[in-house]
Design a protein around this ligand. Structure first.
Ligand code: ASP
Length: 354
């Protein structure tokens, strides 16, 4: 059982919409504990004292606090599945969902949920903050309130943003296109390869052509498995044969996100390609993702990437590393046939690559 708080600021009027907030931990929910001189998670029972602006909203909120609040560095695929189960269980009872999450791994969680929640037709908005809610200059209040507004936004009874997104510092981004790029300033997230879905200024301007369309007939289906027998292997000049071989021989390993240079390029030394070939022959799946945040992998543009294409490495096109590693966990958990896995990795599942 989770601790739950219900708030209906719309009373005595009928609420315009209902939002389920799931609090997982992270900086946003921290307050200063004077007695012990440390930051501790705050109790959502006091949300109206901390964020009095909530009293002015015209929709109702329910806040679920997870039993173990975590710094998102402790995030794990089992928690993604728990989040999916909470959403599935409450799907008919709420119009939308807001997940309060630490910024460090928010892009991984958003990507994973985008794959796990097949047929999603309601907003799932992740947000967090760079400064705790208990600090005077916190960005938590604006991020939280606007994420709620976006989650509740509807037109003709339909949600404006029926997909998994990250809202942060005035920008709404597609969750599986976002990346944490900043640990000090408030603009923590970027989406280099996909336009923002909304920008919050005096008004919230929606970038409708880029938002996933609403499908009235879609039914939510939760996938409850992720395969963690995967690794990210970033290349660097000087990478040695023994490093390559050690990584590619990890017992039980099924998939590798190969972080390559530029447009998907890698060394051309015979030992390097032989090492990859041996891995492919042993049944591993290799997914080529660029170390650059912007642009795309174009296998075959340079000789260095043509060789990767020839031996059977799958191009990640313009996917982020966060979306790629979670996609690999997802696809490997669904499929066992190598050809099917490679095909599914190379095609978009829910707008994570183009
Ligand atoms: N380390 C924190 C976390 O990701 C940072 C944050 O919340 O922004 O949980």
């Amino acid at each position: 059982m989770y601790r739950t708080v219900h708030i209906n600021p719309a009373l005595p009027n009928q609420p315009r919409s209902s939002v389920l907030v799931i609090y997982t931990g992270g900086t946003l929910g921290m307050v200063y504990d004077r007695h012990n001189d440390q930051l501790i998670p705050f109790d959502f029972e006091q949300i109206l004292d901390r964020v009095p602006e909530i009293r002015r909203l015209d929709f109702e909120l329910t806040v679920i606090t997870l039993n173990h609040l975590i710094d998102s560095s402790d995030m794990h695929p089992t928690i993604w599945i728990d989040l999916g189960r909470i959403i599935l269980k409450n799907y008919q009872d709420y119009d939308s969902f807001v997940i309060l999450h630490g910024t460090d791994t928010m892009a991984y969680t958003a990507s994973a949920l985008s794959y796990l929640l097949e047929g999603l037709n309601k907003p799932v908005i992740l947000t967090g903050a760079q400064l705790p809610i208990g600090v005077a200059r916190t960005d938590a209040r604006e991020n939280f309130i606007t994420a709620l507004e976006i989650a509740a936004a509807q037109q003709d009874g339909k949600p404006l943003v029926p997909e998994v997104c990250i809202y942060f510092n005035s920008l709404l981004l597609r969750g599986n296109r976002a990346k944490k790029k900043e640990s000090v300033h408030f603009n923590a997230f970027q989406s280099e390869n996909y336009p923002h879905l909304a920008m919050a200024g005096v008004r919230i301007e929606y970038n409708t052509p880029f938002i996933a369309p609403y499908h009235p007939e879609a039914t939510l289906r939760l996938h409850e498995k992720m395969d963690t027998n995967v690794v990210v292997l970033p290349l660097f000049p000087g990478i040695s044969e023994s490093v390559m071989d050690s990584v590619l021989h990890i017992p039980g390993l099924r998939g590798v996100v190969l972080e390559t240079f530029g447009a998907g390029n890698a060394p051309t030394s015979p030992w390097f390609l032989d090492s990859l070939k041996r891995a492919l022959d042993a049944g591993l799946v290799l997914f080529n993702v660029s170390q650059c945040d912007g642009g795309r992998v174009t296998q075959g543009r340079y000789q260095t990437s043509k060789l990767l294409e020839r031996i059977g490495v799958v191009s990640g096109a313009d996917i982020t590393m966060e979306a790629a590693i979670t996609k690999m966990m997802f696809v490997l958990a669904q499929e066992s046939d190598g050809q099917v896995i490679r095909k599914r990795l190379g095609e978009p599942i829910c707008g994570e690559m183009g």
